[in-house]
Design a protein. Structure first.
Length: 378
């Protein structure tokens, strides 16, 4: 965007590069990781049933595949453009419904699938909190086979099953979840496929202001800046702020750990997920794609506006926030109890990025702050 507020060749290059190389390849990485999880899961069901009390050994490969999938998703989870956030489709919520998760809902459908012997069970018609990456975390990382539902709503018959039967039931349902997830992720990868003339990328994103569904180049850039605010709205406040007791939390405490509000309760993958969130932010800022190839990002827009130093400062602060997270020893749950200051320091580093983004960055690029963040003093 030039100093007169008009769309420039740099703006169009940023939109094109981020659309295909960052978002498109980002979703492709999610698709590839989903396929790898499907392969690893399909090979362990028999062993899981035979050795239900050796989950750490039997499920080692699927758990690693899940972590790769989750990290890939966390890099694109904040993207506001396309079908992931389309209220008519809600693909993003189906792929990953956090914070609206329910292990009880998953328990109920594990049993429902087990009892449906005529093939009529259809996961695609079920609520989002029974599906997606969050359901898979519980299925693969739960410490035992106990039901998490209250006695009133717990599915009947589970207590009568042996651990081997329970393991088989969970593996069968996990397979159904992965199949459903594969279908949902394909919608996203197809939407950002440059080789499909009717894809969202080709017909809408690259035609912003030229007849597509996006009114202008500025509107497209605003969708990207809105995506960056995931760092403010979710990462800073909900993921870390609540767990630190700095923001409102389910524990109703202040300046003390609230472990109940950690995002990854079963896999203990919170630190890695937060790093992936920051990497996703970084990719919008610098244009670096999942393979590490550098391209056009918001730092190029800032350079065109004679604000190169601001872009470099944001890149430096983002790298510092990633380093602060990497410096936390052990899991975030462990650190909150043994080294609270290290987690607070990482939160402080993220706040530093957010403050520059909300003020100097948004004023310089001339885009609108999302309504959710406009009245926040952070």
């Amino acid at each position: 965007m030039n100093s007169g507020g008009q769309a420039s060749a740099v703006d169009e290059a940023v939109i094109a590069w981020i659309g295909h190389e960052v978002i498109g390849r980002g979703y492709s990485a999610v698709g590839q990781a989903t396929a790898e999880l499907k392969t690893s899961l399909s090979s362990v069901c028999t062993d899981w049933e035979k050795s239900p009390n050796e989950m750490d050994t039997v499920l080692a490969e699927p758990r690693d595949a899940w972590k790769k999938l989750m990290a890939a998703w966390q890099r694109v989870v904040g993207i506001k453009a396309g079908p992931a956030k389309d209220p008519k489709q809600l693909i993003g919520e189906i792929v990953y419904s956090w914070p609206l998760v329910s292990t009880c809902a998953v328990d109920q459908d594990v049993m429902k699938l087990l009892e449906t012997t005529d093939g009529s069970y259809d996961l695609s018609s079920r609520t989002a909190n029974r599906r997606g990456i969050d359901a898979l975390e519980y299925l693969l990382f739960a410490k035992n086979y106990d039901m998490t539902c209250s006695t009133v709503i717990a599915p009947k018959g589970w207590k009568a099953l042996t651990d081997s039967q329970r393991a088989a039931a969970r593996c069968k349902f996990a397979g159904a979840v992965v199949d459903d997830l594969t279908n949902q992720v394909k919608i996203l990868t197809d939407a950002w496929d440059q080789d499909q003339a009717s894809s969202f990328l080709s017909a809408d994103w690259l035609k912003a202001g030229k007849g597509g569904s996006i009114a202008s180049t500025k509107a497209a850039l605003n969708l990207l800046s809105d995506s960056m605010f995931y760092l403010h709205d979710v990462v800073m406040d909900v993921k870390l702020g609540a767990a630190l007791g700095i923001k409102d939390n389910s524990c109703s405490i202040q300046d003390k750990p609230c472990l109940a509000d950690l995002e990854s309760k079963h896999a203990g993958f919170n630190k890695e997920m937060l790093i992936a969130n920051l990497q996703g932010f970084q990719s919008l800022l610098t244009g670096q794609n999942p393979e590490g190839k550098q391209g056009q990002g918001f730092d190029d827009v800032l350079t065109e506006l004679d604000a190169k130093d601001l872009g470099e400062d944001m890149v430096k602060k983002t790298a510092a926030a990633i380093s602060a997270l990497e410096a936390i020893k052990g899991t975030i749950a462990e650190a909150l109890e043994s080294d609270y200051a290290s987690v607070a320091n990482a939160h402080k580093a993220i706040v530093a990025v957010v403050k520059v983004m909300k003020t100097e960055f948004m004023m310089t690029v001339g885009l609108e702050i999302p309504k959710e963040a406009a009245g926040d003093n952070d």
